[in-house]
Design a protein around this ligand. Structure first.
Ligand code: HEM
Length: 251
């Protein structure tokens, strides 16, 4: 009985980043990286990069409404940007690696912050969380994050690698989207995942300012408007595409 009740305490006392041996100081950068402030900064900065991608990707994909030629030409242009200084697809690959790096840092920092928060809350086994103070979006960040991550894996299989079950031809971006989205179950997957993305973006767009230390009271209305506006634009743009294709408006 005593052993069971002592277990959480023992885990609590174990530091996230063990202290160096006595008399030795860790370099500032290592010390800073281990802090919650640094993790929050990393989450905010990588979050901004990912928001930039999501927004630009959505705007680019809206060329779907301008027809096959327009969307396919845009997809081709993405491969050519940076030429002739860089080889074809050179800049695209640099951006892909930057995006992948941002995703990894964002997820790792989120996991580390969760661990730090749990350790800093000694009563976590007894007291219920103050759910009244937390919004639905903030409480569901982990789950909306997991849904979006799983969606991105399926989305790559579907439209980039062509192994999502629909007919797929390299370079035929418009037709690939139509072939995929005209299936009801897949359209619903895209719609649900983008709603989850919207909830995630809303809380992320709101809390990133706090993480960066810009949470002046006067600024809060503006922050909320930005978070709502950004999430709404991305959701409306992204949800419209599977919806328009599956209902036959775009074909
Ligand atoms: C309904 C909305 C969406 C449409 C129509 C769409 C369309 C596409 C298409 C056609 C491609 C392949 C492009 C090509 O191979 O030339 C692609 C790639 C990609 N999409 Fe989406 N997408 C949507 C939403 C999203 C969302 C919400 C995310 C992220 C949260 C996302 C992340 C990506 C990523 C990471 C790639 C790979 C980019 C690359 O490697 O070049 N997409 N998307």
């Amino acid at each position: 009985m005593t052993k069971v009740s002592e277990a959480p305490k023992a885990r609590l006392e174990r530091p996230v980043h063990p202290a160096p041996k006595e008399g030795r100081r860790r370099p500032f950068i290592v010390e800073f990286y281990g802090s919650a402030v640094a993790k929050k900064w990393l989450m905010a900065v990588t979050g901004i990069m990912l928001m930039g991608f999501v927004f630009a990707h959505m705007v680019g994909n809206l060329k779907l409404y301008f027809g096959e030629k327009s969307l396919n030409q845009y997809a081709e242009w993405l491969k050519e940007i940076g030429e002739p200084i860089l080889p074809r697809t050179g800049l695209l690959w640099i951006l892909r690696f930057a995006l992948l790096g941002a995703v990894v840092i964002h997820i790792v920092s989120a996991a580390q912050l969760t661990r730090m928060n749990r350790r800093a809350r000694p009563d976590r086994y007894k007291a219920p969380r103050d759910y009244a103070a937390a919004t639905f979006a903030s409480r569901t960040m982990r789950w909306t994050g997991v849904i979006v991550a799983l969606f991105v894996i399926y989305h790559l299989m579907d439209l980039t690698w062509g192994v999502g079950g629909a007919e797929w031809t390299s370079g035929e971006v418009y037709q690939n989207i139509i072939n995929s989205f005209e299936r009801w179950p897949i359209a619903i997957v895209y719609i649900v995942a983008n709603l989850a993305l919207g909830v995630h973006l809303y809380h992320g767009g709101w809390s990133m300012f706090q993480s960066l230390g810009w949470n002046n009271g006067k600024f809060n209305d503006w922050r909320r408007m930005f978070a709502i506006g950004f999430a709404t634009i991305v959701v409306v743009g992204n949800v419209s595409m599977p919806l328009m294709v599956v209902t036959g408006v775009v074909n």
